[in-house]
Design a protein around this ligand. Sequence first.
Ligand code: PGA
Length: 299
Amino acid sequence: MPNLKPTLRQLRVFETVADELSFTRASERLHLSQPAVSIQVKQLEEGVGLPLFEHTGKRISLTEAGGIIYRCSQTIRSVLEDAGEQIDELMGIQRGKLEITVATTASYFASRILAGFARSFPKIAISLDVTNREGLLHQLESNQCDLVIMGEPPKGRRLESTPIMENPLVIIASPGHPLAGRRRVPVREIGQQTFVFREPGSGTRAAIIRFLEKKGIEIRITMEMTSNEAIKQTVQAGLGLGIVSRHTVELELETGSLVELDVAHFPLRRSWYLVRRSDKPMSPVAQRFASFVLDREHD
Ligand code: PGA
């Protein structure tokens, strides 16, 4: 009777080698060294008491014992996955509801994150609300949402905030603007320009105004608008400069329909935060979404 007590790690390594039919490719896929992969397979073989792979020249293939262990390993994995889904269901994750509110500017990347989350948890009903900073603070205050993505959460309110990615603010212009292409423009020169700004209540606007006040620079705001899209189009039409998050103009900067000016102190460095009320228990769905956001690779 073989002494079959494989660890899940041994099975995972063995399955990868069997899928790839190569120790080298398996070690690359698993981000392990090749000796580490060989040791795991060897330990499994010792427990089974028979070789799991046979070597013909440089090629390897599964032995009969290898085939048995491979099928067994797949069954174990699918049983565990099934158990995981049942636990999720028990915790109300699979069929729960997620209510999330994001800053107007954050909607440019938040929908991408939500799409990834919806693919992993297709039965969760997601509701996304988009509003400016002032609206977000009001929603947090009145307990209207599970989680919020915003810039600079205010201190001193019962909020728990985790930074999730950078939010650089850049000055944009139409390609024909006299400052386009100039290097290291001194920041005081922007005082002579006209600007298209976001509305009062916008976090982007508040951050820019704070910066300009600190530097003692006065600018002329010719127009105010509640949407970043409207700002981009107005700037493209040559009606002034705009200061927006780089997230909102990635495509236009790539195609050259807008340019980013090289002005001293810019981009202004800010961050996006995932925020929740610290005095309100998080639902299992909100907890799962928070870990999804924090675990993903940030672009
Ligand atoms: P907003 O973005 O300008 O769309 O309100 C929030 C923020 O940047 O803090």
